[in-house]
Ligand binder design. Structure first.
Ligand code: GLC
Length: 443
């Protein structure tokens, strides 16, 4: 990687950059072994409350949940899903069979997540969104249970309360770290006199696991993964009475090497030095990595760098995916519109490497999670519920993930399910299970 003087002098061509952005099988194996090690340390030393960084780069937080939906849940429930680019509110009616869902979705304005915003700004925004789905609720109804999918690192003190450890994914609202997000939401709902009571708090990965288990009605659904704006996974641990643990895998940082683009992207972020894996894998960063690497390739050969590539974060992950898919119409409407064919060709090679590395790293760590989720079990069959825009829209992402996963599990049956709307539905299912008085874990 060298210092900046080296960088200026060292001429690199596209092949060098692609090579740098590609992890060998040995490097992936190292990631996989170290990841399992970090999982063990994170759980043992952090005791489920969220390991500190000197204990492990994986927080391993207990969700307090060790039940899966049974399929007989019924009633009306709300779910709020906060943690990506959109806020979603769901009103879910569960009756035996298919759930009916009404949804309100809104892009989250930067005014409520920037460092100038207060907790009240953010949570009033959420409560206002909820009010869109409560207008026809009769006033004599008992408050409706709400499951809150809050997709950040929260140490959970119970199934319905916790404390935000740190913001990720560019969120920076003041007055939230150290606070209970469920309580902040309840206060905002109460301020607006909405008939909703926050009954469950869960991470999106836990929600995805629950929703997939509900849909597939299978006990083999032991893992939930998000590959979207951010990335993370939760799994049910057979050695801990099936307790579901939120790994916070985006924090993994035991890499043998990173490229200069990873380092630049990290340094420019809201949380330098944190979420190292997330910044190599997730949708918020892949476009930027491809942009940085393309700029490097162009400037190294003395070519002019087009102005559209000079602006930080001008390229989105969707753009590089469209480029790889050969979707000219979408490319023509993006930041890549004005690039000449030679530049596009360079960017295509680089984007392929960036996207494939994302899937390779995800596979290496997912293989570690599969190992833990089936530990001591005879049945190694495993169904992984996955949600998130990178998984659904990243060019051939599922195929890539499976191809790399086969390096670790060549023959075992591992199923990658798209758990549609998993993160929101899952919270409603947790709220439903609790309202039926089903026991949850005290771990
Ligand atoms: C970030 C959050 C994590 C969440 C993931 C996916 O990594 O810290 O809690 O699950 O994004 O949304």
């Amino acid at each position: 990687m060298g210092n900046s003087l080296d960088k200026e002098q060292r001429k690199v061509d596209v092949a060098d950059i692609v090579h740098d952005l590609t992890y060998s099988d040995a490097e992936l194996k190292f990631i996989n072994r170290t990841f399992v090690d970090e999982m063990n340390k994170g759980w043992e030393l952090g005791k489920g409350l969220g390991a500190t960084n000197d204990q492990s780069s994986l927080k391993m937080i207990t969700s307090h949940i060790n039940i899966l939906p049974r399929g007989d849940e019924s009633g009306v429930f709300f779910a709020v899903d906060l943690g990506g680019t959109n806020l979603r509110v769901l009103r879910v009616t569960l009756a035996e069979g298919t759930p009916t869902v009404r949804e309100f979705r809104e892009a989250i304005p930067s005014s409520v997540i920037s460092s100038g915003a207060s907790a009240e700004d953010l949570f009033d925004f959420i409560a206002t969104a909820c009010s869109n789905l409560t207008t026809d609720i009769p006033t004599d109804w008992a408050p409706i249970p709400l499951g809150f999918t809050f997709s950040f690192a929260v140490t959970q003190t119970s199934i319905k309360s916790g404390r935000l450890l740190e913001w990720t994914k560019g969120f920076a609202t003041q007055g939230c770290i150290g606070e209970d997000p469920a309580d902040l939401l309840q206060q905002a709902l109460t301020r607006m006199s909405l008939p909703l009571v926050v009954d469950a708090l869960c991470n999106d990965t836990v929600g995805t696991l629950m929703a997939n288990a509900y849909q597939k009605k299978s006990k083999d659904c032991r893992i939930g993964v998000i590959l979207g704006t951010g990335t993370n996974a939760a799994y049910s641990d057979p050695l801990l009475d099936d307790l579901i643990i939120n790994i916070e895998w985006g924090g993994f940082d035991k890499f043998q090497r990173r490229t200069e683009f990873d380092i630049a992207c990290d340094e420019a972020s809201h949380n330098p030095g944190r979420q190292v894996l997330e910044k190599m894998v997730s949708g918020l960063y892949l476009g930027e990595l491809a942009r940085l690497a393309t700029v490097r390739a162009l400037s190294s050969k003395g070519a002019m760098v087009p102005s559209s590539l000079l602006e930080e974060s001008s390229v989105e992950t969707a753009d590089i995916s469209n480029l790889l898919a050969g979707d000219e119409k979408k490319v023509a409407k993006s930041a890549l519109a004005d690039l000449d064919s030679e530049t596009l060709e360079i960017m295509k090679h680089i984007s392929e490497a960036v996207l494939d590395r994302s899937a390779a790293v995800s596979a290496a760590v997912l293989a570690g999670v599969v190992e833990k989720a089936t530990e001591g079990q005879k049945n190694k069959r495993c169904e992984v519920g996955i949600d998130g825009s990178l998984f659904t829209k990243g060019h051939q992402y599922k195929e890539r993930l499976m191809r790399h996963l086969r390096k670790f599990y060549p023959t075992e049956e591992i199923v990658l399910d798209f758990s549609e709307d998993g993160s929101g539905m899952g919270a409603a299912l947790v709220a439903a299970a609790i309202s039926r008085g089903r026991q949850v874990s005290n771990q």
